[in-house]
Write a protein that binds this ligand. Structure first.
Ligand SMILES: [Zn+2]
Length: 359
């Protein structure tokens, strides 16, 4: 219920249910952010800051390393799946169970129950992750208070099915424009066809062999693909313009600038008239060789997996903090009407993090 305080003495599974029953669709996070802030302020070992509906809490024990545990408190729109429901198999159903109130519950439980961790801890609870990137609360905090996000290593408790997902690939979208000259198609020789001029671009894309680099033991898979093509004026006109939209998903051993230079080079001799960068989000290195990360992998077990899609770990990477995704939900169930999480996995995630931070 949206006006009951959060009870951090209940275990992470029960706390997940409380959080799910506290609706917080993107843009409507304030009541939940208030409740999170109030619950954290009641813990004397934490210093709490707030910026908008983003809450950051930290220990200050003078440890040699600082670890960040981060999660978003918003959900996609509710689909008749709140309040939550726990079935007889220990599966908790409801909006946000998987993405990612189970992860947030684990963060809150660690905040409440590990007052003297072996590494200093920063807990970040942020809003507007499920909507446009410019609204993202983690991005806003990074811009206004980058010092709040200082640390040696960050764990985002996004659903990853209890596996460590390292880094993430970058994504670059460019528009490649070709030019021609309009003419009546009955006298095509009077003009020049911009759609035909795109043929070298398409051939280059079809022949492109993407890399599969191994970084920190993880194999990434790049991809260079046309995702849209636009051209043509009318059924009887030789077109004078054509645009091929190309998406480059690149591994985190390339900087944003290097990725851009690579794409320019690939199409350098393809007759591109105009090259426009439409959208660009950088990659994030997995950083698994950092001592704090290595200790984390050892404590939680399993084989780390590469993250092909773009995630908020990249925002930490941009601040110089290596980051991974590690959370109890199954990512394939995120955003679904029948979204759910196995409570045993939520409890296991809490236990593993506690073991890592108290060893
Ligand atoms: Zn999420």
């Amino acid at each position: 219920m949206a006006d009951t305080p959060l009870d951090l003495t209940s275990d992470a599974a029960a706390l997940t249910a409380q959080l799910v029953d506290f609706p917080s669709e993107s843009g409507g996070e304030k009541p939940l952010a208030d409740a999170v802030e109030a619950a954290l302020r009641a813990l004397p070992h934490l210093t709490v800051d707030r910026y908008g509906n983003n809450v950051v809490a930290r220990t200050d024990l003078g440890r040699t390393e600082r670890v960040i545990l981060a999660g978003h408190v918003d959900t996609v729109p509710i689909a008749d799946n709140v309040p939550s429901r726990l079935d007889e198999d220990g599966v908790l159903w409801g909006c946000g169970t998987c993405d990612m109130k189970s992860g947030v519950a684990v963060q809150l439980r660690i905040a409440a129950t590990v007052p003297a961790p072996n590494r200093d801890l920063t807990f970040v609870f942020y809003d507007n992750e499920e909507v446009a990137a410019h609204l993202n609360g983690l991005g806003k905090v990074a811009e206004a208070h980058p010092d709040w996000l200082e640390g040696d290593f960050a764990v985002l408790l996004e659903p990853s099915d209890g596996q460590v997902e390292g880094g993430c690939q970058g994504t670059l979208r460019v528009l490649l424009r070709t030019a021609g000259e309009r003419a009546h198609s009955a006298r095509g020789w009077m003009g020049s066809n911009a759609i035909h001029a795109a043929a070298p671009i398409l051939r280059r894309l079809a022949e492109y062999e993407p890399r599969r680099p191994v970084i920190d033991g993880l194999e990434y898979r790049e991809g260079l693909n046309a995702v849209r093509i636009e051209g043509g004026v009318a059924g009887n006109v030789i077109p004078d313009a054509c645009t091929v939209t190309v998406n480059f998903r690149y591994a985190p051993d390339r900087s944003g600038e290097e990725a851009l230079a690579h794409v320019r080079e690939v199409f350098a001799d393809c007759g591109v008239e105009e090259f426009v960068v439409d959208d660009h989000s950088g990659a994030a290195l997995p950083g698994l060789s950092h001592p704090a990360a290595a200790a984390f992998i050892e404590a939680v077990g399993g084989t780390p997996q590469p993250k092909y899609g773009w995630t908020d770990v990249s925002r930490f990477s941009a601040l110089g903090v290596p980051a991974v995704n590690y959370g109890p939900g199954n990512p394939h169930l995120a955003h679904k009407r029948d979204e759910r999480v196995e409570t045993a996995k939520v409890l296991a995630c809490e236990e593993r993090l506690r073991a890592w931070l108290t060893a």
